[in-house]
Design a protein around this ligand. Structure first.
Ligand SMILES: Nc1ncnc2c1ncn2[C@@H]1O[C@H](COP(=O)(O)OP(=O)(O)OP(=O)(O)O)[C@@H](O)[C@H]1O
Ligand SMILES: [Mg+2]
Length: 250
């Protein structure tokens, strides 16, 4: 059973303060993942390690070489923290930095060298990816969100479980998480779906939902759930729908 799990930077970091990890949350998340580690591709969000430097350097609207380097360096640091916590929890993971194995065109993944990820899964190693800066064939500076990575990888691997954990109980409408959303219903609720309350250069909840609706169009349902609530990650990894289900499957 192949599973693609994203844990939002909103959980692993304090998004209001640059380079501010939440070590206790990183540890807890690692322990929850370690309870169901098989065939999991882990993607983590960039949180304040990515969104704040990116915004400071005007990425992705402006091409700024120093901004690309500094932003990549800090998200890679967060990735190391996640891998270290996984190792303490008994899971061996390895970093797969999107900057070095994929290329975008107009902000969308065009080529992605997936073989290292597939080999790691075969060898019982957890691939750990993250929202990152990336090269774009159009020559623009670019950012690839963890949410886009989830959608691409889930499609490529034909994942059985696709779960995006964030700091909210799902896609909220009138203050409550919708149990399910399909593209047909999007127009009725989209006015309530915004970006992020914090700095987020990849579209917050709206960005997340649009990526997952694309995936649902291909017949792969997913969920957006609250990874800040203990036990939810385990439930999601077991394939139980937690939070909001995206897609109209059975
Ligand atoms: N209708 C909505 N339902 C739920 N959250 C919403 C809604 N509209 C806007 N949001 C915002 O989206 C945020 C979640 O997206 P955000 O991108 O900030 O987190 P993340 O993806 O977990 O973090 P990162 O991008 O660092 O991985 C919520 O905290 C909330 O502020
Ligand atoms: Mg986000």
């Amino acid at each position: 059973m192949t599973r693609v799990l994203k844990i939002g930077g909103s959980i692993l970091t304090d998004k209001s303060r640059e380079l501010q990890p939440r070590p206790d949350e990183i540890r807890r998340v690692a322990q929850e993942i370690a309870a169901h580690p098989d065939d999991v591709v882990l993607v983590h969000g960039a949180g304040s390690f990515g969104h704040i430097p990116a915004k400071k350097y005007g990425l992705p609207q402006e091409f700024n070489r120093e901004g690309l380097r500094v932003t990549h360096r800090s998200v890679a640091q967060l990735c190391e923290m996640v891998i270290e916590a996984l190792s303490h929890a008994g899971v061996e993971g390895l970093p797969v930095h999107p900057l070095s194995c994929l290329c975008l065109r107009d902000g969308r993944i065009e080529n992605f060298f997936m073989e290292p990820i597939e080999e790691m899964l075969k060898d019982g190693i957890m691939p750990v990816l993250h929202g990152d800066v990336a090269m774009d064939a159009t020559g623009k500076a670019a950012i690839v969100s963890g949410d886009q990575l989830v959608s691409y990888i889930a499609r490529y691997l034909k994942a059985d479980v696709v779960a995006i954990g964030s700091n909210v109980d799902g896609v909220l409408f009138s203050g409550r998480p919708l149990p399910r959303i399909t593209r047909k219903e999007l127009s009725q609720v989209q006015s309530a779906i915004g970006g992020s309350d914090e700095v987020d250069v990849t579209g917050g909840m709206r960005g997340k939902l649009l990526e997952l609706l694309d995936l649902a169009d291909l017949g792969i349902d997913s969920m957006i759930f609250n990874a800040g609530i203990k036990g939810n990650i385990a439930r999601a990894l077991k394939g139980e729908y937690v939070g909001t289900r995206i897609g109209g499957g059975n």
